[in-house]
Design a protein around this ligand. Structure first.
Ligand code: OMP
Length: 239
């Protein structure tokens, strides 16, 4: 991790702390791992918070596309439920940032329960068929949520061209013993984000990483006990 952090990232971390989006304690994760911190993106639910996070996603997508001129996408897909407000608000922010470039970008999300009346179906918003799709999601840990989203895009005939999350926890892929429900046996294996990049051949962007959170906390003089538990995990990952 580097010790420099752009001021917009520091401000975002500060907002996340003050609004309890970033908290410390002992949390059981979706992957059954136990973590000393948790990021709850559902709490970006006030006007200035949703504005800040959607601006951050839009900024990241826009700067990636400026550095990779050949790269583009048609649809932002936000997996239910937490991806739903994110895809809509980020699409709006992209248009505000550069309407020429992004004005025609669409958004789409899935339903958790398939609707059997009216227009029916699993999807809401733009059809993914034949479209270049970017997944916008909250947090990546072991990559299970992202893989579920990828399988929805496949089933709808879309083409995955990128992934963006608010926070990359910089964790590892699930081990075989985790998959068997026996917990992590500490076997050496690759990082989730690296493996997803390699496997699908698409950019995986993150607004913030665990490394950024640690640097941000330090900058704020908030190196409480919780962070001293988090930092060694980062070093173990070799980031
Ligand atoms: P994976 O599917 O293991 O990558 O975990 C990512 C999902 O876990 C996210 O989509 C969230 O639903 C949830 N999660 C958080 O929201 N915040 C965290 O800090 C950690 C997790 C998690 O359970 O790993």
């Amino acid at each position: 991790a580097t010790d420099s952090l752009p001021s917009w990232k520091s401000s975002l971390i500060e907002l996340a702390l003050h609004s309890n989006i970033l908290t410390f304690g002992s949390y059981k994760l979706k992957s059954n791992r136990i973590s000393p911190y948790f990021v709850n993106c559902g709490l970006f639910c006030r006007a200035k918070l949703i504005r800040a996070i959607s601006e951050a996603y839009a900024r990241e997508l826009n700067s990636y596309s400026q550095e990779h001129k050949e790269w583009s996408f048609d649809v932002l897909f936000g997996p239910a439920y937490k991806g739903i407000p994110l895809c809509a608000t980020t699409a709006e922010k992209l248009a505000s940032l550069d309407e020429q470039r992004w004005g025609e970008v669409a958004y789409s999300f899935n339903r958790k329960e398939v609707k059997d009346h009216g227009e029916g179906g699993l999807m809401v918003g733009e059809s993914l068929k034949g479209k270049k799709v970017v997944i916008i999601d909250d947090v990546m840990t072991a990559g299970t949520a992202i893989r579920e989203a990828i399988s929805i895009i496949d089933s709808q005939g879309g083409k995955l061209v990128g992934i963006i999350v608010a926070v990359d926890r910089q964790e590892k892929l699930p081990s075989q013993s985790e998959k068997d429900g026996k917990g992590d046996d500490g076997t050496a294996r690759g990082s989730t984000i690296g493996e997803v990049r390699r496997e699908y051949g698409v950019p995986v962007m993150a607004v913030l990483t665990l490394g950024d959170l640690i640097v941000g906390m330090k900058k704020m003089g908030r190196e409480e006990e919780s962070m001293s538990e988090v930092a060694p995990r980062l070093r173990k990952l070799g980031s």
